[in-house]
Design a binder for this molecule. Structure first.
Ligand code: C2E
Ligand code: MG
Ligand code: MG
Length: 443
C-alpha cells in the first residue's frame, strides 16, 4: 500500500466519521450540530420562522423507564416518539434530534398561524400514551415555541426553546411560548447555585442573624433562631426563602447546613461566655437529617465547644416526615435522647395530615405564621389557632407561635396558653452583636 492511498483512506475515514457525527445514532435524524449549521438559513428577515421543540419526557421519568425496561427499550421509545412526531408534521420539514429526548423543527410562522393547532395537535397526540413494542408508555411531552430572532444565535435559541418546552408542562394546553420572565428566573436560579459554593467558602458573604424567641408567659428570652443571610457581591441580599429551596435540590445543602451549624454553635458559645445561656435553633433540611453521621457531628461539636445539648434546638419542616426516611427519624431520636430539642417548623403549612401529628418526633411545634399574622385586633378570628394549640398541647408538645406582629396577637396567644413566640412585635432577626446588646438592655 502506498503512502498516498493510506492518506486517502484516512481522509475517507475522517469524512465518514465527521458525517456520522452529524446524525443521531438512535433515530438517524440530523442532530444538534446540523441544526446549528442550518440555523443561519432559518434566520432570514423575509420569512419569519418559529422553532418548535418537543421533549418526550423529563429526565427523571426517562430514568424510571430506563431502570424498569432497559436501554434498548428506551431507544425504541425514542424512535417511536420520533416517528409519531414526523407523522404529525408537513412532509418536507426537517426534524432534528437535538438531545436524547428532544427534537426541534423550524416552521414558517405563517404555517403555524394557518395551522394554529400544530403544536397543540402534537401535545394531544402524545398526551395519552404511545405504544412501544406493544407496551403503552406514558410520555410527558413538552412542546415549546420560540420565534427565530436574527440576533439570537443557534445555541441560545435552542436553550430558549427548551425552557419553553419545560414551561409547557405547567400549561393546560400542553404547549408554551418562550417567556422571558420565567427564563430570567431560571437563569437567576442557575446563577445563585453556581455562586453558592464561593459564598460558602468566602468569609463575608454568608452571615447568621438571630431572632429572639420569647417565653410568652414571663416575657423572657431563652433562645434565638439562627437565620441565614447571603449578601451576593453583585446581586445584593438574597432571601433564604429563595436560595435554600434551590440548594435543597442539590448536594450544596450539605456544606451549607454544615456552615450554619458550625457558625451558630461557635456563636452560641460566645453568647454563653457573655453571660447569656441561650438555646440556639438551627434549621435543617430533610436531606441533612438523612445524611449518615449528622447527629454525631452535632453532638461532637457540642462537646468540643463545651456546650450542653440543651443549648441547641434543631428545626425541621414537614417535608422531612414526607420523605419517610428511617435514618432521619433515627437521628432525630438520637439527638432528642442526648438532650437536643427538636422542633417542627411551619406547622400547618404543609401536608397537614392530622393523623400523623401524634407521631411527630419533636418536642416543640412551631405554628406557621399564616395562622398568627392575621391576628391584628380584637375580634379577629382565632378559631384554628386556638384548636391547634389545644391539640398540640394535649399531645404533649410545647407550642411556639411564629409571626407575632401585633400587641393583640401577643396578648391573645398568652391568654391561649401558648408557651413561646417569635415575631417582629418583639424583635426582628439581628446580627449576633446586636442580639447581645438587645439581651443586655432587656435583662
Ligand atoms: P423559618 O425557619 O420559618 O423562619 C422564620 C422566618 O419568618 C424568617 O424569615 C423570619 O425573618 C421571618 N419572621 C419572623 N418573625 C416574623 C414576623 O413577625 N412577621 C413576618 N412577616 N416574618 C417574620 P427568613 O429569615 O427570611 O427565613 C425564611 C425561611 O428560610 C426560614 O423560615 C427557613 O425555612 C429558611 N431558612 C433560613 N435560614 C435557614 C438555614 O440556616 N437553614 C435552612 N435549612 N433554612 C433556613
Ligand atoms: Mg425555622
Ligand atoms: Mg417557620
Amino acid at each position: 500500500m502506498t503512502a498516498g492511498s493510506t492518506a486517502t483512506r484516512a481522509r475517507l475515514n475522517a469524512d465518514f466519521l465527521a458525517q456520522l457525527g452529524r446524525y443521531d445514532h438512535v433515530t438517524r435524524l440530523p442532530n444538534r450540530l446540523q441544526f446549528i449549521d442550518h440555523f443561519a438559513a432559518f434566520a432570514q428577515p423575509e420569512q419569519p420562522m418559529m422553532l418548535m421543540l418537543v421533549t418526550l419526557a423529563d429526565a427523571e421519568h426517562y430514568n424510571e423507564i430506563l431502570r424498569a425496561l432497559g436501554m434498548s427499550f428506551s431507544e425504541d421509545l425514542v424512535r417511536a416518539g420520533a416517528d409519531l412526531l414526523a407523522s404529525l408534521l408537513p412532509a418536507d420539514t426537517v426534524l432534528y434530534h437535538v438531545s436524547v429526548l428532544s427534537f426541534i423543527v423550524a416552521l414558517p410562522v405563517d404555517a403555524i398561524d394557518t395551522h394554529p393547532e400544530a403544536a397543540s395537535r402534537i401535545a394531544a397526540a402524545f398526551a395519552g400514551s404511545i405504544e412501544v413494542n406493544a407496551i403503552p408508555i406514558k410520555t410527558q411531552v413538552g412542546v415549546g415555541l420560540m420565534p427565530v430572532e436574527l440576533n439570537r444565535g443557534a445555541a441560545e435559541s435552542l436553550r430558549a426553546a427548551l425552557v419553553a418546552a419545560q414551561d409547557s408542562r405547567h400549561s393546560p394546553t400542553g404547549m408554551a411560548f418562550y417567556d422571558h420572565k420565567s427564563d430570567t428566573a431560571h437563569l437567576r436560579a442557575f446563577r445563585l447555585l453556581a455562586d453558592l459554593p464561593r459564598a460558602i467558602a468566602s468569609a463575608n458573604e454568608l452571615a447568621l442573624h438571630y431572632q429572639p424567641r420569647i417565653d410568652l408567659q414571663t416575657g423572657r428570652c431563652h433562645g434565638a433562631e439562627a437565620l441565614l443571610r447571603w449578601t451576593h457581591p453583585e446581586l445584593g441580599p438574597i432571601s433564604p426563602a429563595e436560595f435554600i429551596p434551590l440548594a435543597e435540590q442539590t448536594a450544596l445543602i450539605t456544606p451549607l447546613t454544615d456552615w450554619v451549624m458550625h457558625n451558630a454553635m461557635q456563636q452560641n458559645r460566645q453568647f454563653l461566655d457573655a453571660g447569656h445561656p441561650l438555646r440556639v435553633s438551627i434549621n435543617a433540611s430533610p436531606v441533612n437529617l438523612s445524611e449518615e453521621g449528622f447527629d454525631d457531628t452535632l453532638l461532637q461539636r457540642c462537646t468540643a465547644l463545651g456546650l450542653e445539648p440543651q443549648h441547641i434546638e434543631l428545626e425541621f419542616t414537614e417535608g422531612m416526615l414526607a420523605t419517610n426516611s428511617t435514618r432521619a427519624i433515627a437521628q432525630l431520636g438520637n439527638l432528642r435522647r442526648a438532650g437536643v430539642d427538636v422542633a417542627l417548623d411551619d406547622f400547618g403549612s404543609g401536608y397537614s395530615n392530622l393523623s400523623y401529628i401524634a407521631h411527630i418526633p419533636a418536642d416543640v411545634l412551631k405554628i406557621d405564621q399564616s395562622f398568627v399574622r392575621p391576628l391584628k385586633q380584637a375580634g379577629d378570628d382565632d378559631f384554628l389557632l386556638r384548636h391547634i394549640i389545644s391539640i398540640a398541647q394535649g399531645l404533649g408538645f410545647r407550642v411556639c407561635a411564629e409571626g407575632i406582629e401585633t400587641d393583640h396577637a401577643f396578648v391573645r396567644l398568652r391568654e391561649l396558653g401558648c408557651e413561646e413566640g417569635q415575631g417582629y412585635f418583639m424583635a426582628r432577626p439581628m446580627p449576633a452583636d446586636r442580639l447581645l446588646d438587645w439581651l443586655d438592655t432587656r435583662h
